[in-house]
Ligand binder design. Structure first.
Ligand SMILES: NC(=O)c1ccc[n+]([C@@H]2O[C@H](COP(=O)([O-])OP(=O)(O)OC[C@H]3O[C@@H](n4cnc5c(N)ncnc54)[C@H](O)[C@@H]3O)[C@@H](O)[C@H]2O)c1
Length: 401
């Protein structure tokens, strides 16, 4: 059976790597560089080993393509494209819209269309299905389903195989075919009663994290004002064997999920007249953290950062990935520059970012650690400047949250 996967990023390529063990997979992406790289057996995604792609290519079960016509003959189409926010921080479905166009123009018969991109409840029923029907002038009667992706890039204990997968079709036939597809590479499949439940569950999972991260970030500020260690306090609370889950403070949230998905839920809630106040406040707290961190730097350094050399260490949004999407490091750098600091950054995984290059560790008067990758030596980082401020809680003998 041929499967087309639209979007070969973190989600789409991960699915492609697993699915190509059983199916013939076309990985469609509109980025030529990514397609060329994948066809030469080089994965651009942490967690998807290039060796795996080489094996899939050699078996003839995988190829990447930039040509929509290559999805012809597929029986299943999986959509895994970005779902960002627009300039007004509202859901932006333009990539899903483009993916629907590719499907409508290129499938050659009835197919099962599964959306894995994160979006608000009602996306498969009220957006994707009517759009494909309109664009293809109802040429075929397709099946539609949702199976939100839960991959955590860089994580090794929970992967595509052992992470339970939610799914629901718009019809029982769509549900059954979706189950059959994923059961070849997922151990635990959880069917829910409607696509809206699956879509909402995905958003709520990430909202749970967003709100709790905001709560601990606010608590870090309270703990500092109280003159106590936030980490010792959290460790103490964590000795309670029930009713408590530990989250760690940080310079803010990043990546494609936590800073964005909750706003998709807030958007739909607003439309229903239920104000999502927790989500909005949590967004504010997390987005204010970079300013708070810089204010602590300034307070410890004579109240003025103007003209001071500052190195930002670790610009990826989390450890052990090169992903800089929505990274709080960007807001920290902007705030430092706003206060007149002379800023450079160091990240052994990112190397190039925003037209600039990672500098060697050290050489600044002040260092602020946003992300600590495993390849970085904590002792060297701790000694990289006369004043080091750690937002990760992993360094000893330095200032921190
Ligand atoms: N990254 C994660 O950890 C994660 C986890 C769970 C869910 N998600 C969700 O999955 C979806 C995809 O996220 P991602 O992280 O894989 O994004 P990504 O940016 O890593 O990859 C998306 C890919 O889609 C391609 N693309 C964009 N528009 C296209 C189009 N019209 N046709 C073909 N290709 C197109 C891009 O070139 C890119 O390679 C999003 O909705 C995201 O919220 C992501």
């Amino acid at each position: 059976m041929k499967v087309a996967i639209i979007g070969q990023g973190y989600v789409g390529l991960t699915i492609a790597a697993f699915a190509s063990k059983k199916y013939s997979v076309v990985g469609f992406d509109n980025n030529q560089k990514i397609v060329d790289q994948l066809n030469s057996g080089v994965s651009h995604i942490e967690g998807v080993d290039s060796e795996l792609m080489k094996i899939a290519l050699a078996s003839g079960n995988y190829r990447a393509s930039i040509s929509g016509s290559d999805i012809a003959g597929a029986e299943i189409v999986v959509i895994a494209v970005p779902t960002p926010l627009d300039s007004e921080r509202k859901p932006d479905l333009k990539y899903i819209e483009a993916a629907c166009k590719t499907v409508a123009e290129n499938v050659t018969g009835p197919v099962l269309i599964i959306n894995e991109s994160t979006s608000f409840p009602g996306t498969i029923r009220n957006f994707i299905k009517p759009l494909i029907e309109k664009l293809s002038e109802n040429k075929y009667e397709h099946l539609y389903a949702i199976s939100p992706e839960r991959v955590d890039p860089g994580r090794v204990d929970w992967d595509q195989k052992n992470t339970p997968r939610l799914y629901a079709g718009l019809t029982p036939e769509a549900s059954a075919k979706t189950r059959e597809f994923y059961s070849s590479f997922c151990d635990v499949l959880v069917e829910v009663s409607s696509p809206e439940v699956a879509e909402a569950a995905k958003l709520f999972e990430n909202t749970f994290r967003q709100v709790n991260i905001a709560l601990v970030n606010e608590f870090a500020q309270i703990a500092h004002a109280l003159g106590i260690s936030v980490y010792e306090t959290l460790a103490a609370a964590d000795t309670k064997p029930y009713g408590f889950m530990k989250f760690n403070p940080s310079a803010g949230v990043g990546g494609h999920c936590i800073p964005i998905d909750p706003t998709y839920l807030a958007h739909v809630a607003d439309g229903l007249g239920v104000p999502a106040t927790f989500i909005k406040r949590a967004n504010e707290v997390n987005l204010e953290m970079p300013k708070y961190v810089v204010s602590r730097l300034a307070a410890d350094n004579g109240g003025n950062l103007s003209g001071k050399k500052v190195q930002v260490i670790g610009v990826a949004y989390k450890p052990n990935v090169a992903d800089v999407r929505e990274t709080p490091a960007e807001l920290v750098i902007a705030e430092l520059k706003c206060l007149g600091a002379i800023v450079n950054w160091h990240d052994p995984l990112v190397k190039f970012w925003q037209g600039g290059e990672s500098t060697a560790l050290g050489g600044a008067e002040i260092a602020v650690v946003i992300t600590l990758h495993d390849v970085m030596d904590p002792v060297q980082v701790s000694k990289s400047a006369p004043y080091v401020f750690d937002t990760t809680g992993k360094l000893t003998g330095v200032k921190g949250l």
